[in-house]
Design a protein around this ligand. Structure first.
Ligand code: ADP
Ligand code: ADP
Ligand code: ZN
Length: 220
């Protein structure tokens, strides 16, 4: 199963992608994670991306499209993949269609996780991640079971993303509404979109996602 996860910054794409990986054995491909790895590597591409990400702006389509094109050729994508954070512009969506056709692949569904703007700001400003294993947490909505200790790996250091601050969030929301939201209508034309109410709790969102994907598997 090949799917796209659409949703505003902080909607819960990464959180749900991890659960879909486990429940449906498909691979999460997060363009945000790929870009953050580029930034850490200090490559020229990473340096270019870093400045744009810190400003809450999207990186150029060509950079992202090339990254995904190469990534999809690797063997670990054969069993299915979740595109988390891509496409984010109409140009990326049509580039994806072209590249999938060339590779003999197709999308089975597009899940759109819908949340309102206030919730996004609240979710982003409370987001933190285990520095060791990358498990995601939230100051109010998903605290570790034991204060200060990662549930998954037991580490005790947590990090926040440089772009998860009040100013950058506003720029990211603007980019989302202007550039990314129109993609929902694009995929709607192909009848691919399943809407998910992202305002519910993490577990309730997972339940909706799971039933949507089961339906998709049944529909074949
Ligand atoms: P995205 O990948 O869409 O940017 P994340 O999955 O990183 O979003 O979620 C953003 C933050 O909100 C994280 O701190 C996460 O723990 C929290 N979160 C995710 N889904 C929900 C939810 N349904 N209700 C409350 N908080 C959530
Ligand atoms: P979010 O939690 O906002 O959904 P991501 O981790 O997906 O964040 O992305 C972080 C940043 O990386 C974005 O604000 C943008 O600068 C850049 N980025 C990620 N994916 C893309 C993409 N498909 N096109 C352009 N820029 C992207
Ligand atoms: Zn951990």
């Amino acid at each position: 199963m090949n799917l796209v996860l659409l949703g505003a910054p902080g909607a819960g794409k990464g959180t749900q992608a991890k659960r879909i990986e486990e429940n449906f054995h498909v691979l999460q491909l997060s363009t945000g994670d790929m870009l953050r790895a580029e930034v850490r590597s200090g490559s020229p591409r990473g340096q270019q991306a870093d400045a744009l990400m810190k400003a809450g702006r999207l990186v150029p389509d060509e950079m992202i499209v090339g990254m995904i094109d190469r990534r999809l050729d690797r063997d670990d994508c054969r069993g299915g993949f979740i595109l988390d954070g891509f496409p984010r512009t109409l140009a990326q969506a049509s580039a994806l269609d072209e590249m999938l056709a060339k590779k003999g692949l197709k999308l089975d569904t597009v899940l759109s996780i819908d949340v309102d703007d206030e919730a996004m700001v609240e979710r982003i400003s409370g987001r933190l991640t285990c520095a060791n294993c990358g498990e995601g947490y939230h100051d109010s909505f998903k605290r570790p079971k034991i204060e200060g200790i990662c549930d998954v790996c037991g580490a005790s250091r947590f990090v926040r993303r440089a772009d998860d601050n009040a100013e950058t969030v506003r720029a990211r929301l603007k980019e989302y509404h202007a550039q990314t939201e129109p993609i929902i209508a694009y995929y709607d034309k192909g009848g691919l979109v399943r809407r998910i109410d992202g305002m519910r709790s993490i577990d309730q969102v997972t339940a909706q996602v799971t039933s949507a994907l089961k339906e998709c598997v049944r529909a074949g």
